[in-house]
Design a protein around this ligand. Structure first.
Ligand code: NAD
Ligand code: WQD
Length: 339
């Protein structure tokens, strides 16, 4: 019998790709999503990739009665918890919405798991918990000083789950700190489709390439980096998805708490991303170097050595593949799942 894994936020960008990796690894994903930032039509696409759609429950992770029902009715072996809000600027404007969804939502989930006796949990954290690091690559034990409510919401959940695991050592928890997830499944059937004007670099570049936007505004060309533009650790979403399966297997094999970076260990500048995308799409990407964006860190990338040692996981896909896969998705689906 394939083991059922509850995937909160499984209709979203990283969650949908993780459903593909779970199915490929012989697990049975059960998606719980309120569709606040996703489209139910992703399920048909998942069926085309994996042979059948994951089971889907529309609902909110803060709904304790719903969770209790799910855990009672389904043989759930573990949970991957993606559901949450992720826009840094929105979290500054409406911090309570972020603490309510990301922190309170995680607490409701953990309490329901405890009551149901399900103690395997993989949590979506973020490199944003490091804030501005002293150096790169960033190891997991670097100081955590998130610079905005979104980052603080992730750190609060990390700390609470650490306390929970110390209170009951039978918990099996992985806190995964993602660097910059980009790319799409190689089929071009699922990908990232932000609502409105994209905040993040790769969706913006894709929209310029496909003609939806005139040009990219490069946020700062005078950073102390090789070409003056910001440097980040971009990681392919399918590598991340496979990292979740590896983390789940690890958690199933032993009780404890693992805190792991998921990144490539390599930084790329904004202009390197633009050049790689031009190679992928065969078109020039118009850009203009403008002022720095408030709150941006000049450069950082992760140290993935602990994830490799603990999980045997390494990001395999490089920047050219990230851009090629983003382009395939964007070109085939300029309006996302709306067709
Ligand atoms: P996403 O918005 O595409 O996916 C999140 C999903 O959760 C969406 O489908 C949304 O509808 C759902 N959701 C939100 N609140 C919910 C709730 N209360 N109940 C049920 N469903 C809810 O985002 P993503 O990029 O796939 O991110 C997934 C997770 O990874 C988030 O927790 C995010 O903070 C974290 N993360 C993302 C990034 C990134 O850059 N994409 C980086 C680090 C960490
Ligand atoms: C990358 C680089 C920008 C857009 C954010 C969150 C972080 C995490 C991942 C969730 C930077 C530059 C961008 C544009 C640009 N999310 N840029 N023009 O800021 O590293 O991380 O997403 O946990 O918490 O903060 O990602 O893609 O916005 O920016 O020049 O239009 O691209 O300045 O150097 P960021 P990003």
């Amino acid at each position: 019998m394939p083991r059922t894994i509850l995937v909160t936020g499984g209709a979203g960008f990283i969650g949908s790709h993780t459903c593909v990796a779970l199915a490929a690894a012989g697990y049975e994903p059960l998606v719980l999503d309120n569709l606040g930032n996703s489209d139910v039509r992703v399920l048909e696409r998942l069926a085309r990739i994996s042979g059948r759609a994951p089971r889907f429950v529309e609902g909110d992770v803060r709904d304790r009665a719903l969770l209790d029902r799910l855990f009672a009715e389904q043989p759930i072996a573990g949970v991957i918890h993606f559901a949450g809000l992720k826009a840094v600027g929105d979290s500054v404007a409406d911090p309570i919405a972020y603490y309510d969804n990301n922190v309170h939502g995680s607490f409701v989930l953990a309490a329901a798991m405890q009551a149901a006796g399900v103690r395997t949990l993989i949590f979506s954290s973020s490199a944003t918990v490091y804030g501005e690091p002293d150096r790169s690559p960033i190891p997991e034990d670097a100081p955590r000083r998130p610079a905005n409510p979104y980052g603080r919401s992730k750190l609060m959940v990390e700390e609470a789950l650490g306390d929970l695991q110390r209170s009951d050592p039978t918990w099996r928890i992985a806190l995964l700190r993602y660097f910059n997830p980009v790319g799409a499944h190689e089929s071009g059937l699922i990908g990232e489709h932000p609502q409105g004007r994209p905040n993040n670099l790769m969706p913006f570049v894709s929209q310029v390439a496909v003609g939806l936007r005139d040009k990219l505004a490069v946020h700062g060309g005078d950073y102390p980096t090789p070409d003056g533009t910001g440097v980040r650790d971009y990681v392919h979403v399918m590598d991340l998805a496979e990292g979740h399966v590896a983390a789940l297997r690890h958690a199933e094999s032993q009780a404890g708490l693992a805190t792991l970076n998921l990144g490539t260990g390599r930084g790329a500048s904004v202009l390197e991303v633009v050049k790689a995308f031009e190679r992928a799409c065969g078109r020039p990407i118009a850009y203009e170097i403008g002022p720095r964006r408030a709150g941006d860190v000049p450069a950082y990338w992760g140290d993935p050595a602990l994830a490799q040692a603990t999980l045997g996981w390494t990001a395999r896909r490089g920047l050219d593949q990230m851009c090629a896969d983003s382009w395939r998705w964007q070109q085939a689906n300029p309006n996302g799942y709306q067709g």
